[in-house]
Design a protein around this ligand. Structure first.
Ligand code: PGA
Length: 248
């Protein structure tokens, strides 16, 4: 399986940010790991043009569950594909909290994404309170069961384990805690989609940075990372790509 370094720019990035992408591609023209950037929708087609013919893939940060229609402000999976995206992040905890997205909506969006020909990156993760109460595996298991489509295949699904309390905080779970969740996810995924589960990339996300990427990537069942803040500069994201290459 080819490991994946995915960057989630969230609501960051203007035309000027494209120079970071040029710097990233100059420093990493042919990485062994797959590189993916998910910019805001306004930059997808420009980034896709820039990335054309390079090792960099482009993705969206959300899509609507319907193909077309009267949904002001929304973007369909087919539109993302048309703009040059190959991936879409779904069910990120910020969308689950800002827009009260449910597992059922994430499931419907993932079905739409896969049908349109995108790879869905489905995000899961417990809150700090849920971890403190010992509910982590239960919460993650329920999110996986309800948000991941049964028709997912290794090529059309990526799972990102992102503890809510680790996102943008600089705090991360211990290596044992990450390994425990990833092993659990692999096992639960195998119950759901059978042998395809072995090829699904399981990303860790939440305060990944150059200084901790190497140890996180050394863990079994960690097949890459979903990176927020540290994906905004070519230097930091490039260092994370290098750490993933060393672990591959
Ligand atoms: P962070 O965000 O790397 O800034 O913690 C991760 C994410 O939300 O995907």
């Amino acid at each position: 399986m080819r490991k994946l370094a995915a960057g989630n720019w969230k609501m960051n990035g203007l035309s000027a940010t494209l120079t970071e992408v040029d710097r990233l591609l100059q420093a990493h023209p042919a990485p062994r790991a797959e590189m993916l950037l998910c910019p805001p929708a306004t930059l997808i087609s420009r980034l896709a043009d820039r990335a054309n013919g390079t090792a960099l893939q482009i993705g969206g940060q959300d899509c609507h569950e319907k193909g077309v229609g009267a949904h002001t402000g929304d973007i369909s999976a087919e539109m993302l594909l048309d703009a040059g995206a190959k991936y879409v992040i779904l069910g990120h905890s910020e969308r689950r909290s800002d827009y009260a997205e449910t597992n059922e909506q994430v499931h419907a969006k993932a079905c739409a994404a896969i049908s349109a020909g995108l790879t869905a990156i489905v995000c899961l993760g417990e809150t700090g309170a849920q971890r403190d109460q010992g509910q982590t595996l239960e919460v993650i298991g329920a999110q996986l069961a309800a948000s991941v489509p049964n028709q997912s295949r290794a090529q059309t699904l990526v799972i990102a384990y992102e503890p809510v309390w680790a996102i943008g905080t600089g705090r991360t779970p211990t290596l044992d805690e990450i390994a425990e969740v990833h092993a659990y996810l692999r096992a639960r995924l195998a119950e759901k989609i059978g042998q395809e589960a072995a090829g699904v990339r399981l990303l860790y996300g939440g305060s990944v940075k150059p200084s901790n990427a190497g140890e996180i990537f050394s863990l079994p069942d960690v097949d890459g990372a979903l990176v927020g803040g540290a994906s905004l500069t070519a230097e930091d994201f490039g260092a994370i790509v290098e750490a993933l290459e060393r672990a591959s």
